[in-house]
Design a protein around this ligand. Structure first.
Ligand code: PLP
Length: 391
């Protein structure tokens, strides 16, 4: 039987960007010890207190269908949090609870674009962006950026790709580059969206992992509330990746449409997960800082190790869980380098090419293992690059 073009188109012919990761997983399954610096997952489990809250809620009977847009207490807590962090008036009607940020990315594109429409996203990008758009029959078009501009998008590059576009997807703090868009960049993006009548979908799932600079939510810029949909998640901020809990913030009429979409796709999020999320949010900023602390430490470790090596350049991560290394001086592509590093030293990193052409010749290193092991792997990587440059 023939599958739909849409489903066959999810991963374009050729590379899906995950080959090195899959090869590493295969090696692990055969008993090889591989140091994995490839995936965005904390090296700690979800906090026991959150699991206890989940357990108690389930035992108390919270196991039936939950309200589709989310339980009111959690929607209210999210609205208050967003209002406190951005200064933008936000109420329960502006919040849809989703099973993670990914479901929000899918739903917001379904709600803003029709099949065949052009949907833009900025490079470097989170690996699911193009497939998420293609899965809905959209023309997924990436906007390049340059490492010399710290991967901040430029107006001329955006304008080159605008013809027929309905939406623009951005991600700051950025996975994979660690860049945080400046106030000027956000103002420029807002202006482009207003001038060309685009929906702005702002993926802010790393908003609590900030090392320098300041995160600006574009929804807080003048006249942006009515055209901005913000994607939030507790995966990264609360180490709750497996719980699948996140949200979309947007205009009340759009949230009502997204609720109809959720009714016919996910049918909401389990009540005991939502109760646990409510508990986790109530733990406040101190808890979020505790979750963020290992990445802040490892960023410092990265910068001090990289200062010893000339042929690998680091893009100083301003936020997030990853660091981008520019290995172009070795003469290898990111894909070749990552494959050789895995074969020779059993260290798995993501080639920059997995995140778009803008990060070709780069590597994304996830700062997601214990400090000492992380430092040792990074040194090995740099020594390996030095050896390549010397040959
Ligand atoms: N957006 C970005 C930029 C991500 O890196 C991720 C996960 O790694 C997601 C969204 C999806 O996160 P989740 O669905 O776990 O909330």
């Amino acid at each position: 039987m023939q599958q739909s073009h849409r489903i066959n188109n999810i991963n374009e012919a050729g590379s899906d960007g995950w080959e090195v990761f899959s090869k590493a997983r295969q090696m692990i399954s055969k008993g090889v010890k591989v140091t994995e610096l490839s995936i965005g997952e904390h090296d700690i489990a979800t906090d026991k207190s959150i699991l206890d809250a989940m357990h108690e809620s389930a035992l108390a009977g919270n196991t039936g269908y939950a309200k589709v847009p989310g339980i009111t207490s959690l929607r209210r807590a999210v609205a208050e949090r967003v209002q406190a962090r951005t200064g933008v008036l936000t109420s329960v009607e502006n919040v849809l609870i989703t099973p993670g940020g990914q479901a929000g990315l899918f739903a917001t594109h379904a709600a803003t674009c029709d099949a065949g429409d052009r949907a833009l996203y900025v490079e470097p990008f989170y690996a699911t962006y193009p497939p998420t758009l293609r899965a809905q029959g959209l023309e997924a078009v990436s906007v390049p950026t340059k490492s010399s501009y710290d991967f901040q998008p430029q107006r001329t590059d955006l304008e080159k790709h605008l013809k027929g576009a309905r939406s623009l997807l951005i991600n700051s703090p950025n996975n994979p580059s660690g860049t945080i868009y400046s106030h000027d960049t956000m103002k420029m993006i807002a202006d482009v969206c207003k001038t060309y009548d685009l929906w702005l979908i702002s993926d802010e799932v790393y908003e609590t992992l900030i090392w320098s600079s300041r995160h600006i939510s574009p929804r807080s810029l003048p006249n942006m509330q009515e055209r901005t949909l913000v994607i939030g998640s507790m995966s990264k901020s609360h180490a709750m990746t497996g719980s699948r809990i996140g949200w979309v913030i947007g205009p009340a009429d759009m949230i009502a449409c997204l609720t109809d979409f959720a009714t016919n796709t996910t049918y909401g999020v389990a009540g005991f997960i939502q109760e646990a999320a409510l508990f986790a949010l109530a733990m406040g900023i101190k808890f979020e800082e505790k979750i963020a602390a290992p990445f802040a430490r490892r960023r410092k470790i990265t910068l001090s190790i990289l200062a010893e090596f000339q042929n690998v350049k680091v893009i100083d991560p301003k936020g997030g869980m990853y660091v981008m290394l520019d290995i172009r001086e070795t003469g290898l592509s990111g894909i070749e380098f990552a494959n050789r590093l895995l074969d020779r030293h059993h260290i798995a990193v993501m080639p920059g090419e997995s995140f778009g052409k803008s990060t070709a010749g780069h590597l994304r290193v996830a700062m997601t293992i214990a400090d000492e092991e992380y430092a040792a792997a990074l040194r090995t990587l740099c020594q390996f690059a030095k050896g390549l440059s010397n040959t």
